[in-house]
Ligand binder design. Structure first.
Ligand code: NAD
Ligand code: UFG
Length: 373
């Protein structure tokens, strides 16, 4: 029988690349599709180094390009499942270029799903986000956040994730024998412990950890802390930071779950009447404030990192801390790694690769020459 493949869209990106490693290490075969808009092919070379697997078919294709996707499935007709990471992900940027977000995320996912449908591919794992909960503190007793918490899109980005969840649920339920996992990630951090792979955003980082890492490596002057007037223990917002290796393993667990449900349905005497779609939070259940993260990462770097308190960032909420019980029990998955471990791994990656996968400073770097005293 010919080999089965897992298609990974966005597999050259931060979470996708770590998940490809987890899949390969579990003995799965992987095909990667990525348009490289926020990543580099070098990530795939690093995956090969880490896993010692050379056969990682790669297609530089945009998920909105039907003909391009058809070629992937023509070349690999034994793709049986898809992990879909590809998309745009910055909350702030999404308020500036919303149409681009709706097009790449929503239209891109619809396009991909149509091709999957036409090819009879029934297992789909989607990168959703804790952002679909909006401000969960608007309800009593919703911190830590269970999957039952009512959802709310607070930014164009958040709305793309929410709309995609609705679309995939409607699609999946309409076709018996179709299986979809909606994985709501909390805040990934860290890097591969080898120091070979990590997050390498283009331009000025939007997220806390990559920005802080560039402060530590001297590429940025100081971190701006967006607000210290929140109702938290030190006034800064709370997030559930999860090591990217744990997050990657969560995908494997979700895929196995879909395979189990499929096997159970096939063994049952009665055929299913609708598809299977389920949401799972992937988080640790532990919240940390921005100042706590700065302290933890400063400890790993071995020196205090400069920061300045500024005003709140639009769209930020007070607290996104997961209740991960459903994933713990149903997926038999649990985040195991500590924030200290994630900080050490992030610093290991950053100090070995100060410019990420490239050897060049970025034009936005605040090099000594460009820093105005
Ligand atoms: P990333 O930008 O590192 O990875 C996304 C990858 O998709 C990149 O390699 C990019 O080149 C590719 N891509 C983007 N648009 C594409 C398109 N139209 N066609 C083909 N490829 C395309 O981001 P990440 O942090 O690895 O996030 C992966 C997924 O997880 C995204 O869907 C994101 O919304 C979601 N997510 C991320 C976070 C986070 O904090 N990083 C949290 C929750 C959810
Ligand atoms: N922050 C700063 N300064 C910065 C960057 C961030 O103080 O330069 C603060 C933010 O205000 C927030 C915290 O650090 O309180 C985390 O911010 P990030 O931008 O790192 O992450 P978000 O929680 O805003 O969003 C991230 C991803 C989303 C995802 C969400 C899931 O960007 O795609 O986590 O919780 F949906």
């Amino acid at each position: 029988m010919s080999k089965e493949y897992v298609l990974v869209t966005g597999g050259a990106g931060y979470i996708g690349s770590h998940t490809v490693v987890a899949l390969l290490e579990a003995g799965r075969n992987v095909v990667v599709v990525d348009n490289l808009s926020n990543s580099s092919e070098e990530a795939l070379e690093r995956i090969k180094k880490i896993t010692k697997v050379d056969d990682i078919p790669f297609f530089q294709v945009d998920i909105r390009d039907t003909a391009g996707l058809e070629k992937v499935f023509d070349a690999y007709p034994t793709i049986t499942s898809v992990l879909h990471f590809a998309g745009l992900k910055a909350v702030g940027e999404s308020t500036q270029i919303p149409l681009e977000y709706y097009d790449q995320n929503v239209s891109g996912t619809i396009n991909l799903t149509k091709v999957l449908k036409s090819r009879g591919i029934k297992k789909f794992v989607f990168s959703s986000s804790a952002t679909v909960y909006g401000d969960a503190t608007r309800y009593e007793n919703m911190i830590p956040i269970p999957e039952e918490c009512p959802t709310s899109g607070e930014s164009p980005y958040g709305r793309t994730k929410l709309f995609i969840e609705h679309i995939l649920r409607d699609y999946t339920l309409s076709i018996p024998g179709t299986y979809t996992a909606l994985l709501r990630y909390f805040n990934p951090m860290g890097a591969h412990p080898s120091g070979l792979m990590g997050e390498d955003p283009r331009g000025i980082p939007n997220n806390l950890l990559p920005y802080l890492a560039q402060v530590a490596s001297g590429r940025r002057r100081e971190l701006q802390v967006f607000g210290n007037d929140y109702d938290s223990r030190d006034g800064t917002p709370i997030r559930d930071y999860i090591h990217v290796l744990d997050l990657a393993l969560g995908h494997l667990a979700a895929l196995k779950k879909l395979e189990e449900v499929e096997a159970e349905e096939k063994a049952a005497t009665e055929a299913p009447t609708k598809g299977f779609c389920r949401e799972w939070n992937l988080g640790t259940g532990h919240g940390s404030t921005v100042l706590e993260v700065i302290a933890a990462f400063s400890k790993a770097v071995g020196k205090p990192l400069p920061y300045r308190i500024v005003g709140r960032r639009a769209g930020d909420v007070l607290d996104l801390t997961a209740k991960p019980t459903r994933a713990n029990t149903e997926l038999k998955w649990k985040a195991e790694l500590s924030m200290d471990q994630a900080c050490e791994d992030l610093w290991n990656w950053t100090s070995k690769n100060p410019y990420g996968y490239s050897n060049e400073p970025d034009s936005t770097d605040e090099t000594p020459a460009s820093i105005k005293a």
